[in-house]
Ligand binder design. Structure first.
Ligand code: CDP
Length: 207
């Protein structure tokens, strides 16, 4: 059976956490589409032109261990504004979404552009301060030297660029369910998402 879950939202809102919980619960495959843009951004920092970096992206590029740094986050959001880069990544994402057995994709434009007919759509968000705090905890735990104020500034800049770009801007699909995780812990946000997906899945199985 084909069943696609689209999870979108701004930086560090909990998309990945929710997507992994859904994938584990229902046995769906999971694609973190941000990693594709991060891998392209990383290659651009290494000197490859953006469109070439996107059209020749290989599996190994996405497995690199250095894709979660603030420098790569910025580069990812810069290359993500280029229509040629986005276009080069569309087919791979749509194929992934259409696989048998169910798929969860998280990103910025999954419910709007990549899979407008996804069976379940969530837009995961949280206050800027909550998101900056979480990202700062992640970065410092990974050994990065970051201040919370700088992380907040980076997140603001990236959200503005992601929401303001002309091609596939970050926006909730009109039929997405909004999940504000500002005051939720991991179990609570996962439970909300699982309940939503379970309802949609039951609807599809009845149909
Ligand atoms: O983990 P975090 O939410 O901070 O970011 P990410 O999901 O890894 O995405 C990194 C960047 O890739 C974003 O800031 C976007 O500019 C871009 N992106 C996008 O444009 N479209 C997607 N479907 C996923 C990510």
């Amino acid at each position: 059976m084909k069943f696609t879950v689209a999870i979108d939202g701004p930086a560090a809102a909990g998309k990945g956490t929710v997507a992994r919980a859904v994938a584990a619960e229902f046995g769906f495959a999971h694609l973190d589409t941000g990693l594709l843009y991060r891998a392209v951004g990383r290659r651009v920092l290494d000197g490859v032109p953006p469109e070439t970096a996107a059209s020749t992206l290989r599996h190994d590029d996405v497995l690199r261990g250095d894709l979660r740094t603030p420098e790569v986050s910025r580069a990812a959001s810069e290359v993500a504004a280029l229509p040629g880069v986005r276009q080069a990544l569309v087919e791979y994402q749509r194929e992934f979404a259409g696989r048998d057995g169910g798929a969860v994709l998280d990103g910025r434009d999954i419910g709007t552009v990549i899979c407008p007919s996804a069976e379940a759509k969530l837009f995961v968000t949280a206050s800027e301060v909550a998101r900056a705090h979480r990202r700062w905890l992640e970065l410092t735990a990974a050994g990065h030297d970051a201040t919370e104020a700088r992380v907040l500034e980076d997140i603001r800049n990236r959200d503005a660029r992601d929401a303001g770009r002309r091609d596939a801007p970050m926006i909730a699909a009109s039929d997405a369910v909004i999940l504000d995780t500002s005051d939720l812990d991991v179990d609570e946000m996962s439970a909300f998402a699982l309940a939503e997906v379970r309802t949609r899945l039951a609807g599809k199985q009845r149909a």
